[in-house]
Design a protein around this ligand. Structure first.
Ligand SMILES: [Zn+2]
Length: 225
């Protein structure tokens, strides 16, 4: 049985027959982290895959562990956060693009992680309000402060709680991820230090907003250390 994130039916679990036979085409096309075209029969509540064509195999067994574990984290995000029976083609597009950039290996994986987390959580209905200070409307300050629980920002003057300071670089990256058109969300670069700061914030924000922990993320962080 495999879990599929599909464009037309959201997350479904489906049976693959004959997948364990050696040289079976279905086995590679239904393996983990593969983008494929499926023909599926539904009987009552059971899905059965009878035909499958691989479109792109993103990773192979020799892929490096850091990128592979991030890819698995993206899958766990989908499985845990997308309610069963709901479709989300925008989120599927995001995950496919993130897997593509991860597998390609040219972009800093930490930036791909941050883009995926913040854009995914926004697509799921928890977009933060990053336009300006929620009290006075100031657009930029060094630093601004982010209230992770409420998803709002404060300027230096209006901030009055234990909110997280964020640098102008990190804030403009977050605005880019949340507000820009899909085709340009991956097109920015920031220094390593800012990338790590951004990734800490997006990870924390996603976890607080959705009230979930992800074992694949814990694993990724453990190998990074
Ligand atoms: Zn203010």
């Amino acid at each position: 049985m495999v879990t599929l994130f599909t464009q037309d039916y959201g997350i479904i679990r489906a049976f693959v027959t004959g997948a364990k036979k050696i040289n079976n085409k279905k086995a590679s096309a239904t393996s983990l982290l593969t983008y494929s075209s499926f023909s599926i029969i539904k009987r009552k509540d059971t899905y059965k895959i009878y035909e499958v064509q691989p479109i792109k195999v993103f990773f192979n067994v020799s892929s490096d562990l850091e990128r592979l574990s991030l890819a698995q984290y993206f899958c766990e995000l989908c499985i845990k956060l997308i309610p069963e029976g709901t479709v989300n083609p925008e989120l599927l597009r995001l995950i496919l693009n993130s897997l593509h950039f991860l597998a390609e290996g040219k972009k800093n994986p930490i930036i791909i992680k941050a883009i995926t987390e913040l854009r995914a959580v926004s697509l799921l209905g928890y977009a933060p309000d990053l336009i300006a200070c929620c009290e006075c409307g100031k657009f930029e300050d060094n630093p601004m402060f982010f209230d992770i629980k409420s998803g709002i920002i404060y300027c230096n003057n209006c901030n009055n709680e234990n909110n997280k300071p964020i640098s102008p670089t990190v804030l403009s990256s977050m605005r880019h991820i949340v507000f820009s058109e899909f085709k340009s969300i991956y097109s920015f670069e920031i220094p390593e230090k800012s990338a790590n700061e951004l990734s800490d914030i997006t990870e924390n924000y996603l976890s607080v907003q959705t009230d979930h922990r992800f074992s694949t993320l814990d694993f990724f962080n453990s190998i990074k250390e």
